[in-house]
Design a protein around this ligand. Sequence first.
Ligand code: ATP
Length: 942
Amino acid sequence: MADMQPDPASFSTQANALLRKNLTYQKRNAKTNCRLISFPFILCVLLKLLQAVVDTQLNKASNKCGCQCVDTNNDGTCEKVCGLQFSNLDQVATCPIPSPPQWPPLLQIPAPEYRAVKTGALPFTDLPNGSCRSTGSCPVTVLMTGSNQSLGQIMAGNMFASSLTLMSSNVTDTLANSALGSDSEPRENNLLDPGFYDNTPLYNVQQQCTPNSTFSVTIHLSPLEFKKEVICVEGLNLWRNSSAEVNEELYKGYHQGNSEGKINEILAAYDFLNTDQNTFNMSIWYNATYKDNKDNSNQFFNLLRIPRSVNLASNAYLLLLKGPSTRILFDYVKEMPQPASELRLDIASLIGTLFFTWVVLQLFPVVLTSVVYEKQKKLRIMMKMHGLGDGPYWLITYLYFLSLSMMYIFVFVTFGSAIGLKFFTMNDYGIQFVFYFIYINLQISVAFLMATFFSDFKTSTVVATICVFGTGLLGGFLFQNFVEDSSFPRGWIIVMEFYPGFSLYRGLYEFGQYAFTGNLLGTSGMKWKNLNDHVNGMKDVLVIMFVEWLLVLFAAYYMDQVSSSGIGKNPLFFLHSFCNKKSSFRRKSSLQRQGSKVFVNMDKPDVSQEREKVEQLLLEPSNSHGIICHDLKKVYPGRDGNPEKVAVKGLSLALPRAECFGMLGPNGAGKTSFISMMIGLTKPTSGTAYVQGLDLQTQIDCIYTCMGVCPQHDLLWETLTGREHLLFYGRLKNLKGSALTQAVEESLRSVNLFNGGVADKHAGKYSGGMKRRLSVAISLIGDPKVVYMDEPSTGLDPASRSNLWNVVKRAKKDRAIILTTHSMEEAEALCDRLGIFVDGSLQCIGNPKELKARYGGSYVFTMTTSAEHEVEVANMVQQLSPNAERTYHTSGTQKFEIPKHEVRIADVFHAVEIAKGRFPVFAWGLSDTTLEDVFIKVANAA
Ligand SMILES: Nc1ncnc2c1ncn2[C@@H]1O[C@H](COP(=O)(O)OP(=O)(O)OP(=O)(O)O)[C@@H](O)[C@H]1O
């Protein structure tokens, strides 16, 4: 049997068909496209405008470097000179510093009560006793490691001259208090904070001093000089031979303590860098030795190097991105990075990060709702029923959304770069591409996975929108509270990064940070080599997202297979067979299994006979039948206190090729349940069916390749034309080139949709009847061997209906068609055989004539007279046929059923003529039994 199937379309043909359909559909949705594409433009322009507004504010005289008219040449002429010396605190940050001096090493000295002391939790014995904290006499402890101890000692000597110096503020002029010094709460290194520039060149401190004595140092910020009071501080330099030693000691202490609380103690004890325990950055310890590229020597001061300058930028992100920061500054920057006027907040970077998160996220609802929409509107299953395999569907839908999303991001990045947003221009485009690519893939996979849990696209839209905003907020919240807090366990951050919104935010934040810092320092943004930076989370984010993408994609495919798209597959579906498996063996075995259940219902010999025919066919397979249903049963489980419902009770039916079988039945009889099983919308509770020799239970995907369906409700894309629908389904049925064009034209002509340009009108603009005709045309295109039509002529005018009937009549010549209808006229006109289905089972089966003969072996005689002559009419009928039965009687009109074998038509005419002579007869009639009479009779009897 299986060899009789038409060649199914190959994977690439199906993919091609779907791709073309999607592209046409996308082209039609011009409004949505414009909105989608213009959004990045609008956003970029908005960012640029914002930047301009901020710049305007910063460029106001009150915020700009102060200027004065100075007689520089002593010739009485005034020349405008700007500079630090003419600026107040609001202006000073924007002053350019010509020929900036070398940036000196800076060290923040914690207040005495925070300095490192000996504690039980620490293995160090060379720290001072804790009592010094109360007296304020704790030395400033610096732990040094490296291979060159003498260099370290010399440098330390410079820092802490003799027993130690250093430094505090009390700036003598316009500069604000030093950020560095013995303030008990040292301030953050806000780039707008003038204290930031207040760097004391330690190497100038040459003189001996005793603790707490003060002396004045000169700060050279050419051409300016500042005098500054510094305080001598006692220092304690501890040498360790390697950072490994430091680590070991530190962690030993930690592990011995075996308590998380211990880490805080350790941090407190070592908090010689910082008064804020949470900002203690362990990485400073690890990087105790640092190789200077210039002289290739190990420089101890890099021990305290800021792990990456990006942290500086985080302070500049004002409130939004502000978090605890690394507060030590011990860096060696060659020169002031830029004129101070350039040191302003890159608001665009900041807002860019937030907006961009939102922009990328907003693609999520687009994908989710589209997938759920196709599922809810049954378009997905409709395509599947016409042969679109899961593979091509997944591939094309996935690639489609991927290209759409990538295009969207490409437009955004290109335009953003074109207008000079640092966020894009400063960071390596390669890293950006990889990041966006992986994230977009993850996002689409998550949308696909979520789509398997939704059946209503409106709900999914709401959920997706909540997800987007929730993700933004949660991502931002988590980030603000944990990532920037260097004491937060890294393991937890990695766990949090499994939440895609968080990883997105993290990645974009890293880009923003690098861009900002690069811009600030006049260097570059994130480069590939920066992925290895200790505190750069990008690498983790990329790896996590990549792994997650693969896992989610697999989960989405699996869930899609077992839970949705019509018959959900067995959870172990991947172990099952493929299309080309012969099914005859299965038939026999299933028959043998169920043989004992077969019963013969002598009340319905035609139904029993059909069942026997099915048994016979299953034992001796032949090619003669397109559909064989064997004991097909559907039971809906009880819900909300209702009992279970047996909708189809063991239906057996065999349909030869080239037969149109009509299924009649009252409402709720189970017709739709039967058709739904046959087209793979629901799973049979028991029994099975063979379509073209393929088992419905296990080979539904293969059955789809030779099946056509005209569903009860038209499943069409509103913005595709009738022709485009047929082209799409034709391609799915493996029609190509001129054969496709010809089939589509013929099809359009046959359902009267060809002339007058109707074929090229959007289906959304079709009348109900036109949609119905298109649905019928779709079900027949590509020569499917089995076709299901659920009330195909509903809503058609008589002319269209007759036209449609002709189409079906032509079509049934070489295919099996199952048709449900409530129109007896249609059933009689189209169906070779009929079955009347009541309460889940067939009550009778046969061709219309047989049924009428079997169930309607009588004539119907009707006569209308005045009321007083009713009895005479009844007597007349009684004389004609003693077994006649009055079936209807009201105010002079009576209806009788007269057994055909008891009467001759001529006798009836003769009797009526006589009656007319005796009393007035207003109307009379004699008719044969109609199918409707049979239907009512059978339905009532059942
Ligand atoms: N999903 C379901 N869950 C529970 N019961 C159902 C479900 N679908 C249908 N039924 C019940 O099964 C019976 C058969 O319904 P079905 O829709 O198959 O009848 P029908 O012959 O197609 O009716 P109509 O001609 O009105 O479309 C009805 O009693 C119906 O209430």
